[in-house]
Design a protein around this ligand. Structure first.
Ligand code: GAL
Length: 676
């Protein structure tokens, strides 16, 4: 990646560029204005397949050759997409089986994009041929900086070809049909199979309730099938251009793909992020997505797409207010991004996205948008994102895709909304500016002092061993209800509920008691001398070695424990039996951080986000981002200088709405104390 980063003075800036939608005359204006805006990197050919291969096997690279040369002449590097995200019309017409089929059995038509079934051999072969052509043609081209495989891989298909591929996947996973029967619990409703050949894709069935492990495995299979498509392209590209980095753009907080597995394949993680300007909470979700991107690939990662103003796919497409694109860009850099790219360079006049904002707006350069775009370009050029160093997190939040998939299939005592529950914990940590990494279940935890498991419904033995080891060696684990209830086959871990986790936590769960919508439990916490509320779920537990920190005050569950703590080995585990309100959760997490020796920064005004990055030489850059409309008064450590403006800063900062600073501090002389 080094050679890639070295092409850009500071943080790479740019966006999707679709010159094929414009007459040749516009291209000269494009490069002139790109220079004015500081755009140094563009993504080309995302949807170019139909133009590159207008008829099956007939290729025409003329226009792309011209684009590559034109951009190179003007010093703009290319993130060259393989174009395989959307197959051409001839494929859809000649090979209808290449188009995906919905769960209800409807085959998708041509006329949108991404109309391919992930398992279609026709699609895979044709995509491979196109990528071979592209890779050999542009290998060594001076404009080529990076390969961009497909676009936002997504989609699922229930067609017969996919069902066949699913059966092969199952045969590889289980070996024998008996093992599949065991894993899927097919004695229930006498669903047992005598041959893999009888297993269908889990389409709509007469009863709402379907075999959950069948469905879970189909989701796993689909993530793997798409990953095979990605991997196949990466292999071709690496064969031709071993030194050119490869990526594919992930989507923020996207459920259907196991990004832990996906992030192993490319060279760098890149992410698309479209926080809703109309929703103040969206900045927290964006922060979470950026922490996830950083955690998936290690620093740095690339913001591959965001919007300059409004998108065009919401019910109401509210534009970003002045300054928000700038603050949003720096929010990504603060959390580890080394590139900030937008969809798209020039606002298009045609098609489904003609109302989408762009770096070069429809209304031209005499606009406040263009002023903001060029201003951000200047700032990013002066911000050496790769040299800013690491976001140092000592707290980790565990994200399990299988848990997410399994717990939202229905059939649970109360249906969780996995990501929202995770975000509630994240939000509390975000509000206190506590840096967080996101980790996979079973991932090594030595780098952390506090680890939080939030409704991690599904856990395998490896994950459970990791938690035991973490706590015994001095870590502080926080686990909530609805964690480790089932194993990787979605079978209850037993006897008892979550037996291994309960053992570790020093308690026994005797009953699971979901709370009806709107029911509120009042909770008393003698340790913090406060009363909180709780809702949604209650594990009725009996302590077996754990100390009770908080209890329910009244009602049928009066006296039942809400929070329990057990010291184990050199560490401790805190178990939450119910969903505490944000204040209660905040108190508890801050208390755990304090006990674990994790620094909790002083509170900042609402809407203000503070993130610190530290370089190997100890230089610290603290990003202070005001997401709110109102001016915020922020206290700073003395001795800082704003990297964006160069001006020295005092200890009191009046930060305007949608404004931000990047405060640079020299290496600290203080000793932060030994790490575990
Ligand atoms: C992304 C997609 C882009 C464009 C953008 C609009 O999801 O990758 O091609 O459609 O959305 O917001």
């Amino acid at each position: 990646m080094r050679a890639f980063y070295d092409r850009f003075a500071g943080t790479a800036y740019g966006g999707d560029y679709n010159p094929e939608q414009w007459p040749r005359e516009a291209w000269d204006e494009d490069v002139r204005l790109m220079a004015e805006a500081g755009v140094k990197l563009v993504t080309v050919n995302v949807f170019g397949w139909g133009l590159l291969e207008p008829e099956e096997g007939c290729y025409d690279f003329g226009w792309l050759d011209e684009v590559m040369e034109h951009l190179d002449r003007h010093g703009v590097a290319v993130d060259l997409a393989t174009g395989t995200a959307s197959p051409p019309a001839w494929m859809a017409a000649r090979y209808p089986d290449s188009r995906p089929v919905s769960e209800t059995g409807v085959r998708a038509a041509f006329g949108g994009r991404a109309q391919f079934s992930p398992s279609s051999p026709v699609y895979r072969r044709a995509a491979g041929r196109l990528v071979e052509q592209l890779a050999s043609r542009y290998s060594g081209h001076p404009a080529l900086a990076m390969w961009h495989v497909g676009n936002e891989f997504s989609g699922v298909s229930y067609d017969e070809g996919s069902a066949q591929a699913f059966r092969s996947w199952l045969a590889r996973r289980y070996g024998t049909v008996e093992a599949l029967n065991e894993a899927w619990g097919t004695r229930v409703w006498a669903q047992h199979y005598t041959s893999f050949e009888h297993v269908p894709a889990p389409g709509v069935a007469p009863s709402e309730l379907r075999n959950p492990t069948h469905r879970l495995d189909f989701t796993r299979f689909t993530s793997d099938a798409l990953l095979d498509c990605y991997r196949a392209e990466v292999e071709i590209l690496r064969r031709h251009t071993p030194d050119t980095p490869v990526t594919t753009n992930f989507m923020a907080s996207y459920k259907p793909l196991d990004y832990w597995a996906w992030s192993e394949v490319g060279d760098v993680v890149s992410l698309d992020s479209y926080p809703d300007p109309a929703d103040l909470e969206a900045v927290v979700e964006a922060a979470f997505a950026y922490d996830l991107a950083r955690s998936l690939g290690g620093e740095p990662w690339l913001l591959m797409e965001h919007a300059v103003g409004a998108v065009s796919w919401r019910e109401v497409n509210v534009p970003r207010p002045p300054g928000q694109m700038r603050v949003g860009s720096l929010q990504a850099v603060a959390r580890g991004a080394a590139a900030v790219l937008a969809f798209q360079w020039r606002g298009t006049r045609h098609g489904a996205e003609k109302w989408h904002s762009s770096l070069l707006p429809h209304a031209g350069t005499a606009t406040r948008t263009w002023r903001e775009v060029t201003g951000v370009g200047r700032e990013l050029a002066s911000l050496p994102a790769t040299a800013l160093g690491r976001v140092e997190a000592r707290v980790a939040l565990v994200l399990g895709y299988d848990s997410w998939w399994a717990c939202e299939q229905g059939n649970l005592p109360r249906q969780p909304r996995y990501l929202e529950e995770l975000l509630e914990v994240y939000r509390v940590l975000w509000a206190r500016d506590i840096p967080v990494d996101i980790v996979a279940p079973g991932a090594p935890l030595q780098a952390y002092d506090v680890v939080v498991l939030t409704q991690l419904y599904l856990a395998d033995d490896t994950a459970i061993d990791t938690w035991n080891e973490f706590v015994n060696s001095g870590g502080h684990l926080v686990a909530t209800f609805c964690t480790a209830l089932v194993d990787e086959t979605d079978t209850l871990r037993g006897p008892g509920y979550a037996p291994e986790l309960a053992d570790l936590a020093g308690l026994r769960i005797s009953e699971i008691a979901p709370q009806r919508e709107g029911a509120v439990l009042v909770v008393e916490c003698p340790a913090c001398d406060q009363t909180h509320t709780a809702s949604t779920w209650l594990d009725v537990v009996e302590p077996a070695g754990a100390a009770v920190l908080a209890r329910i005050v009244d009602g049928p569950h009066a006296g039942d424990p809400v929070a329990l703590r057990r010291t184990v080995g050199f560490g401790a585990i805190t178990y939450l039996t119910t969903k505490l309100d944000a204040t209660g959760l905040g108190h508890l997490l801050v208390q755990v951080c304090d006990a674990a020796g994790v620094h909790v920064p002083p509170p900042t005004p609402q809407g203000v986000e503070t993130v610190s990055r530290r370089s190997p030489s100890g230089l610290e850059t603290v990003f202070v981002l005001n997401h709110a409309d109102a001016v915020a008064s922020v206290r700073l450590r003395p001795g800082g200088r704003d990297l964006l403006t160069g001006r020295p800063l005092g200890t009191e900062l009046e930060l305007a709405g949608h404004d931000c600073v990047a405060v640079r501090y020299p290496p600290a002389i203080t000793d932060e104390g030994p790490r575990r």
